[in-house]
Design a protein around this ligand. Structure first.
Ligand SMILES: [Mn+2]
Length: 192
């Protein structure tokens, strides 16, 4: 059975469609924010995901609603694609060096949403993207995917590198966590 989900969400601020194939497929991204598309591409590519994101947001305000709401919808899609999470590895982590920066992500597909985020951004903008939106995206994504997610920048001077390394680390960790290793639910409680 394909581990996949399609989620649509429309509000007065954003209109978003996400299609996610957990085990790979096409990547097609159009959020109206070039740098954010670049980040989602890095996440999907290193996560071994098929991912379509079509987002029309109120960019005349700023990117906040668009980025946060893509996090919500992508999180819901991931949660849907995981389904009962039978046999998954569940825990995973990744370090990503990117030039001068070193980034880290650890996650548990736990059903218990939690975000710890420690990654100061030395610059405020990457193109049309406000770097303060990365934590907003990660929080929305972790809450709605029901992941426990910890992210850290150990050091780094360039916000493009720091942000991209975080998205790559998230992808790499997810690639590991989604792996099916057994036939039972990976929990001493018997349910996730
Ligand atoms: Mn880049």
């Amino acid at each position: 059975m394909e581990r996949a989900a399609k989620v649509e969400r429309k509000t007065k601020e954003t209109d978003i469609l996400v299609e996610l194939q957990l085990d790979g497929g096409e990547i097609a991204l159009d959020t109206g924010i070039g740098f954010f598309d670049h980040m989602l591409h890095a996440f999907a590519f290193y996560g071994g995901l098929g991912l379509t994101v079509q987002a029309k947001g109120d960019l005349q305000v700023d990117g906040h609603h668009t980025v946060e709401d893509v996090g919500i919808v992508l999180g819901e899609a991931l949660r849907g694609a995981f389904g009962e999470k039978t046999g998954i590895r569940r825990f995973a982590s990744a370090y990503v060096p990117m030039d001068e920066a070193l980034l880290f992500a650890a996650l548990d597909v736990s059903g218990r949403p939690y975000l710890v985020f420690d990654a100061p951004m030395p610059q405020e903008r990457c193109g049309e993207y406000d770097t303060c939106l990365t934590v907003e995206f990660m929080r929305a994504f972790a809450m709605h995917a029901a992941l426990t997610l910890h992210m850290k920048a150990f050091y780094g001077a360039n916000a493009h590198h720091i942000t991209e390394g975080l998205f790559k680390a998230l992808g790499l960790a997810l690639k590991d966590a989604k792996r099916v290793e057994g036939g039972a639910v990976t929990s001493t409680k018997g349910v996730l």
